[in-house]
Ligand binder design. Structure first.
Ligand SMILES: *[C@@H]1O[C@H](CO)[C@@H](O)[C@H](O)[C@H]1NC(C)=O
Ligand SMILES: *[C@@H]1O[C@H](CO)[C@@H](O)[C@H](O)[C@H]1NC(C)=O
Ligand SMILES: *[C@@H]1O[C@H](CO)[C@@H](O)[C@H](O)[C@H]1NC(C)=O
Length: 377
């Protein structure tokens, strides 16, 4: 499992190297393994609202539907299952921690109470933009937000101090991370590549409508993630029989569709910036970050970037839809930190932490904007 240029081999090298070389080498390696740290410039308590799918669901599915998410999900950080589909924290969790803010509570957590002081998370596993008006499509999540806002303001006017007021809603950051399931569901329905990509404009229109609704409610700060390389997910690699694989072993057509979606989404943010001139709309290229993790996996100390840590069936993908992670009969790896994929669809905590440090670097953001921009003044 060990790869020749992982940091673990540093001690093997050290007897041949001068101390200064070791120091420099260590610094270079550390820059490859950065850890997101709390470096908040926030003047006020940051308030965040998030909309999306399982990539950012912090417990919405379990709160909303009682759907069990079992250990080993959560094993490496929380030491219990929190409803997150990962062994630990998600990208959204690392982003919150970078501001020294609490993790976002799922909106559907009926026991959440005053935990909604720093915002709420509307993301739920499996969500897409289309079809609309089904739980928990993006437009339903936005409707839930509108209800949340109206109810919060009503309670604030009645004297409640533990909820977000008008100013809080205005200054909040609105994050959207959705689209992966729209593309994946189309492929799962056996639509042709041409049919899949034909649906992209209507998916992007839904995201556009969501931003405009939030803007009309007074929101001015938006943070929009594009979608990752769908064709590199072990689940897809296992499902698809005749595969057109790229040089890194990912399904080319799935990745091309994801990139077409991303291009349309990027174009949407360009247009919105000229329409909503007093808004800040940041577009973040998650695809580039995640594809680099897979293409250059050994550089980051990952062993098999296309194999799930938790699943069944063993190599090459360790995925089988009949025995998925947490279901009777699953197998789980010892070192999740050596895997990009946790369960065949979602990333491990370690992969998420690297993605987060890249997002926080601003190098993948348009315009290049520090994540804490919304809470600085
Ligand atoms: C982080 O939050 C904790 C608790 O909310 C607080 O005590 C601490 O001062 C904060 N640290 C920074 C660097 O803002
Ligand atoms: C898609 O095609 C595969 C293989 O031809 C078949 O097994 C599967 O049932 C089809 N799925 C749908 C939703 O039609
Ligand atoms: C892999 O790393 C190299 C060197 O840093 C970089 O040039 C290349 O773009 C990376 N590959 C991907 C797919 O990001």
């Amino acid at each position: 499992m060990a790869s020749s240029n992982s940091p673990l081999s540093l001690s093997v090298l050290s007897h041949q190297l001068q101390p200064i070389t070791i120091l420099l080498l260590t610094m270079v390696l550390m820059s490859w393994f950065p850890h997101p740290i709390a470096s908040s410039q926030c003047k006020k308590q940051p308030i965040i609202f998030n909309f999306g799918d399982s990539n950012s669901d912090t417990g919405g599915l379990t709160s909303g539907l009682g759907f069990p998410v079992n250990l080993p999900n959560g094993r490496s950080y929380f030491r219990r299952s929190t409803g997150r589909l990962s062994d630990g924290r998600l990208l959204l969790d690392f982003l919150c921690q970078s501001l020294n803010a609490s993790f976002l509570s799922p909106y559907l957590d009926s026991l959440g109470g005053s935990k909604f002081r720093n915002g709420a998370n509307f993301a739920v596993v499996g969500s897409s933009t289309l079809p609309k008006f089904v739980p928990f499509s993006l437009n339903i999540q936005i409707m839930q937000f509108l209800h949340f806002k109206a109810r919060s303001l009503e309670l604030v006017h009645a004297g409640s101090r533990n909820l977000i007021n008008e100013e809080g809603f205005r200054n909040a950051l609105y994050i959207i991370d959705i689209g992966q399931n729209d593309i994946a569901d189309s492929f799962d329905k056996n639509l042709s590549y041409a049919q899949v990509t034909k649906r992209i404009p209507s998916v992007v229109t839904e995201i556009n409508n969501a931003v405009k609704t939030l803007y009309n409610q007074g929101g001015r700060k938006f943070w929009i993630h594009n979608t990752g390389p769908l064709g590199c997910l072990p689940q897809k690699l296992w499902l698809v029989q005749t595969k057109d694989l790229d040089p890194h072993g990912c399904i080319s057509s799935y990745n091309s569709a994801a990139q077409l979606f991303n291009e349309a989404l990027r174009h949407m943010t360009l247009q919105l910036r000229s329409e909503l001139v007093d808004a800040t709309i940041v577009y973040v290229d998650i695809y580039a970050i995640k594809y680099d993790l897979i293409a250059n996996s050994s550089k980051y100390g990952f062993s098999s970037p296309l194999m799930a840590c938790c699943g069944s069936g063993g190599p090459p993908y360790n995925y089988n839809i009949r025995v998925t992670c947490g279901q009777p009969g699953y197998q789980v790896c010892d070192e999740g930190s050596r895997f990009v994929s946790w369960d065949g669809i979602h990333y491990t905590e370690r992969a998420n932490s690297i993605v987060a440090s890249r997002v926080l670097s601003t190098a993948y953001s348009t315009p290049p904007t520090a994540f804490d921009f919304f809470c600085r003044n």
